[in-house]
Design a binder for this molecule. Sequence first.
Ligand SMILES: [Zn+2]
Length: 288
Amino acid sequence: MNIDYCLRGTAKGNKVRFFISSTKNLVEEARLNHNLSTLATAALGRTLTATAMMGIDLKGKDTISIAFKGDGVLGSVIAKSNSSGEVKGYVDNPEVDLPLKNNGKIDVSSGIGFGTLYITKDMGLKQPYVGSVPIVSGEIGEDITEYYYSSEQTLSAVGLGVLIDIDYTVKSSGGFILQIMPGAESEIGFELDDKVQKLPPLSTYLIDNKPEDLLEYFFEDDFKLLEKKVIKFKCQCSKSNFEKALITLGKSELEMLAHDEEIEVVCQFCNKKYIFKNDELIELVKLI
Ligand SMILES: [Zn+2]
């Protein structure tokens, strides 16, 4: 299966909202683009998965970004997505790794460290909405659960998993966000919590199971599927966007850059490289 997707809908008589996704391909693309270590693949992969699902909850041209700014070895881990299912992201230190934890798991929490999780929603208003919470575990899923609870007063369960194969490729990846609507009976929360606890590690579960299997596991047939949306790693960068950015540097700075035969500009989000020859830079100076 070469396509990633997210299932969105409601369950238990509209008392629960769900987002369930498979993200193996987009996480593998991020790994290849950024030459990510195993640790960075797990941390960014989980963050991309959560951000893609939260993006599906947006409308129109709205965007959401998630930024883990911790003191761990990875530095900041950033992802951004939109309502079209396009997600992109990067890690400050993509090549660092850490030994596995005693239980054999990738030590994402040490990679992230302590600090602040920022969630920014740009809904085309004058000011974007920025919510922040202290990083509680650095395991990503728990931190997003905490964000929903303290910033949006929403009870949720967030599960994210990325499994790396022995050849360092992504073997499986995906996640779920279950949100309990205000006014729902507490039994619904207990029941779902019990199912989440009994679920095998998500990354292992997703080797042989699809999001539809997870949906059935959580709700049997008591759900309403509203959307099955393709999600992918996609960056909107272009040479013309970088031209605009270069122009904002100002005349003297651009003239300085034009002394070199060419300069290379790298997109932080997707690691794509754009070359500007000095005559192109001189043309840009004329526009100022
Ligand atoms: Zn890009």
